[in-house]
Design a protein around this ligand. Structure first.
Ligand SMILES: NC(=O)C1=CN([C@@H]2O[C@H](COP(=O)(O)OP(=O)(O)OC[C@H]3O[C@@H](n4cnc5c(N)ncnc54)[C@H](O)[C@@H]3O)[C@@H](O)[C@H]2O)C=CC1
Ligand SMILES: O=C(O)C1=N[C@H](C(=O)O)C[C@H](O)C1
Length: 265
């Protein structure tokens, strides 16, 4: 403990840094449960609120939450972010479902709140982020590209947020290199057979018992292919990235998309 100027005791972490009060939204879900464990294990973080469906959001503010971690559902996450911004609570968001419209709306909400931060991260896994970077770098060398994401069967959205972001990054790299559309002579296909079209990159979603979160990027050129693959076998793989975002968000007001910048990638 240290003493603040108003003589209120302020808990401190080892090294005398102030402890960060964390609230978890979606605390009873697969990711939320893991975040609760990770926060409880971190000496510099204090778990002050666990909120799930049906609970009162004001519990977060009442508990003195400084940073919320949201792993809920695409259909409720915008309301949660709005609540956090209105209550001057930083928000680290792993929930999927963000398009340009949603990001612009959040930026508008943040405009009158220059001290509040929102980090939206399609994936907190270091390996997944590296895969995205490698795919971006390799994109201009291969005329053909397809993204395949593979997940547990309880996932509500498809394709995954990570796959959409990966495809968009690849598409941007291809545009920058003035590449033509990938060769594909298909004129006759059952609907869905060629996957979803994300800015010209086909994205395929597999749902399979036994899986957690996996992604492949397949690239092809004359006589060769390159396969990049990442596997999250356990949700613990996302926790270092989540905790990094929680610790950093106070220094990053405004809207941040992806944690690549926090990792120096
Ligand atoms: N960015 C990343 O690295 C990762 C993102 N995700 C994403 O996180 C989200 C959650 O994934 P899971 O934990 O697997 O789902 P889940 O279904 O296990 O958990 C979601 C939880 O949110 C709760 N919830 C629903 N509405 C709520 C509300 N209005 N307020 C508070 N809680 C509410 C549910 O009751 C449930 O406990 C998904 O969008 C998923 O794609 C998942 C893994 C990693
Ligand atoms: O629902 C999941 O499990 C995951 N969701 C995120 C996504 O949609 O990209 C991240 C990771 O793939 C796990």
């Amino acid at each position: 403990m240290t003493t603040a100027p108003d003589q209120q005791p302020v808990p401190t972490a080892p090294g005398d840094a102030p402890v960060i009060n964390v609230g978890v939204l979606g605390a009873r879900g697969r990711m939320g449960t893991e975040v609760v464990k990770a926060v409880n294990d971190a000496e510099d973080l204090e778990l002050v609120a666990m909120v799930d469906e049906g609970d009162w959001l004001f519990g977060l503010a009442d508990a003195g939450t400084q940073v919320v971690v949201d792993f809920t559902r695409p259909d409720v996450v915008m309301d949660n972010i709005r609540f956090c911004i209105d209550n001057n609570i930083h928000c680290v968001v792993g929930t999927t479902g963000f398009d340009e419209d949603r990001l612009s709306t959040i930026a508008e909400w943040l405009a009158p709140k220059p001290d509040v931060g929102v980090i939206i991260a399609p994936n907190f896994g270091i390996g997944a982020l590296l895969l995205m970077r490698f795919a971006q770098d390799a994109a201009r060398f291969f005329p053909s590209v397809e993204v395949v994401e593979l997940h547990h069967p309880n996932k509500v959205d498809a394709p995954s947020g990570t796959a959409v972001r990966t495809a968009r990054l690849i598409a941007a790299a291809r545009r920058e290199a003035d590449m033509p559309p990938a060769p594909d002579a298909t004129t006759d296909a059952l609907p869905g057979a060629r996957g979803a079209d994300v800015e010209g990159v086909p994205v395929h979603a597999v749902r399979l018992a036994g899986l957690v979160a996996h992604q492949e990027v397949l690239m092809g050129a004359a006589g060769e292919t390159l396969t990049l693959r990442h596997d999250s076998y356990d949700r613990a793989s996302f926790m270092p990235g989540v905790l990094l975002a929680v610790r950093e968000i106070g220094r990053r007001p405004g809207l941040t998309v992806g944690i690549e910048g926090l990792l120096g990638l």
